[in-house]
Design a protein around this ligand. Structure first.
Ligand code: PLP
Length: 373
């Protein structure tokens, strides 16, 4: 089945009790037992399982071609569950360009807990190979990465991981299953902040881990979901599932628009550089062209004139909204270094841009007036 069809149908059925074609919302926190103490309908207590969460997890597994999925209360909680499924003393090799919140999670929570962590440019297989240790258990990457849009060859990194007896996990939040299938490329786990493109409307926080195999590390992730309890509320699952129905069409339109906008920015005299894998001169263009169906709706731009000039551009936009986050119907722009804080390595003149579903001509006109001298 094609992705557009999976996005509309996976996890959903017409409600047998009422005939409702949109999923009913199951707010009950607890579920009835039979007289013989069994739970014949499969649900016990909503932290362990909920019908709305089950629908969402089935849909996510189908979208990624995975064996199973676990939904979480945020993308950060999903990432944390993967790392906590390891053991203190294990070594994690993570990409050098990462969502700053995941870098912080590793630095402030998981390293003190006992994980050993190194960061390396995952785009360079020789460096990845050299950074492996005997206790390396997990290679963690984002592609495209946040915020520099670096592209990593997933197949290559998964091969290196497996040869070393480690797992490969891909944070696929930026590409989404509409554009990239890490499990088919050999990764063991895919993580999403469903807050972004999957829900798609800036109105719900969520996360998910999708696994190639339902055993092994996924059993620990599933156990952590239940035991630690960072589960999404039923309505949050409902909203993400609803958003997913339009995911492929939204991301196709956003990718087409982002490519035109990246080309416009690349030609602009007020711009130092544009980071967008759809541009032929992007260092990851060839890998992205092979690995992704399109190049996505995210781009970063380095403005000529440094930090003050970049902040001035963000201050002058009228259609874009100055806000963090990404992947929604409305276009967002953000001076990234100032939100990432003291540990940020992001260039001071960089604006991160999430392209929404407004007309491309209007977005280009807005950027043109904001960049005008
Ligand atoms: N991973 C990536 C690539 C992200 O961009 C984000 C958030 O921006 C997260 C994970 C964390 O997701 P959440 O904000 O849902 O916790």
């Amino acid at each position: 089945m094609k992705l557009e069809t999976i996005a509309v149908h996976a996890g959903r059925t017409v409600d047998p009790a009422t005939g409702a074609i949109t999923p009913p919302l199951h707010l009950s926190t607890t579920f009835e037992r039979d007289a013989d103490t069994s739970y014949p309908r499969g649900f016990v207590y909503t932290r362990s399982g909920n019908p709305n969460r089950k629908m969402l997890e089935e849909c996510l597994a189908a979208l990624e071609g995975g064996a199973a999925a676990a939904a979480f209360a945020s993308g950060s909680a999903a990432c944390a569950a993967v790392f906590q499924a390891l053991r203190p003393g294990d070594h994690v090799l993570a990409h050098d360009d990462l969502y700053h919140g995941v870098a912080r999670l590793l630095r402030e929570v998981l390293q003190p807990w006992g994980l050993q962590v190194d960061r390396v440019d995952m785009g360079d297989p020789a460096k990845v190979q050299a950074a492996l240790r005997p206790n390396t258990r997990l290679l963690w990457l984002e592609t495209p990465s946040n915020p520099m849009l670096k592209i990593v060859d997933i197949e290559r990194v998964a091969q290196i991981a497996h040869a070393a007896g480690a797992l490969c996990a891909v944070d696929g939040t930026w590409a989404t299953p509409a554009l990239q299938h890490p499990l088919q490329a050999g990764a063991d786990l895919v993580v999403h902040s469903t807050t972004k493109y999957l829900s798609g409307h800036s109105d719900v926080l969520g996360g998910a881990v999708v696994a190639r195999a339902a055993d092994g590390i996924f059993e620990r992730i599933r156990a952590l979901q239940e035991i630690a309890g960072a589960v999404p509320a039923p309505f949050d699952c409902w909203l993400v599932l609803r958003g997913i129905a339009t995911l492929p069409l939204r991301v196709q339109a956003q990718s087409a628009s982002a490519l035109r906008i990246a080309e416009f920015l690349a030609d602009h005299t007020g711009v130092d550089s544009v980071h967008y894998p759809g541009l032929a001169d992007h260092p990851g263009h060839a890998v992205a062209a092979r690995q992704m169906q399109a190049f996505g709706g995210m781009l970063s731009v380095q403005v000529q004139g440094g930090r003050a000039a970049a902040i001035r551009v963000a201050a002058r936009v009228r259609l874009f909204t100055r806000a963090t986050s990404l992947g929604s119907v409305e276009s967002l722009i953000e001076h990234r270094a100032s939100i990432e804080g003291a540990h940020s390595t992001t260039p001071d003149n960089l604006l991160r841009v999430s392209i929404g579903l407004e007309h491309t001509d209007d977005l280009i006109a807005d950027l043109a007036q904001a960049l005008a001298p």
